[in-house]
Ligand binder design. Structure first.
Ligand code: ZN
Length: 143
């Protein structure tokens, strides 16, 4: 797989199931470097981290950008890079305020002990989707 923008080759990866919490399992394509599937160029193309950070995704639809920010945000969480994850989810909700985006942003804030801010974003996520399991369960765990 090669990056859609710089052409850098990313190593072949396996899709693994990752558990973020009790109710959220995601399919993650594991690679040595962080990269995500490119929803705009589906011929086995990926977006590498450098090109993502350089914000090269011109002409992408909002839905595609939301997908990319969500994928990178989750990759950053799994890599333990919480502040990078936070900024990915902030970019996501800058495009569209979604319950998923808010809940993941709240998760990042809670991980940084920004409890009050996290609580507000979980509440906001639940206003949009009262059944959002991740927001509901993680909010219950916040003290
Ligand atoms: Zn690239």
């Amino acid at each position: 797989m090669h990056c859609s923008f710089c052409g850098k080759q990313e190593h072949a990866c396996n899709v693994e199931k990752w558990k973020l919490d009790d109710n959220l399992t995601v399919d993650i394509a594991r690679t040595k470097n962080i990269c995500v599937e490119d929803p705009h160029n589906t011929e086995k193309k990926v977006i590498c981290e450098a090109c993502y950070q350089a914000d090269l995704m011109n002409g992408y639809s909002d839905a595609e950008l939301i997908d990319i920010h969500m994928q990178f945000g989750i990759e950053y969480i799994l890599a333990g890079r919480i502040t990078n994850a936070e900024s990915a989810f902030r970019k996501l909700i800058g495009i569209k305020v979604t319950s998923d985006g808010l809940a993941h942003l709240a998760y990042c804030l809670a991980a940084q002990n920004k409890t009050e801010e996290a609580r507000n974003f979980y509440f906001h996520a639940l206003e949009i989707d009262p059944n959002h399991a991740m927001a509901r369960n993680n909010l219950a765990k916040l003290k």
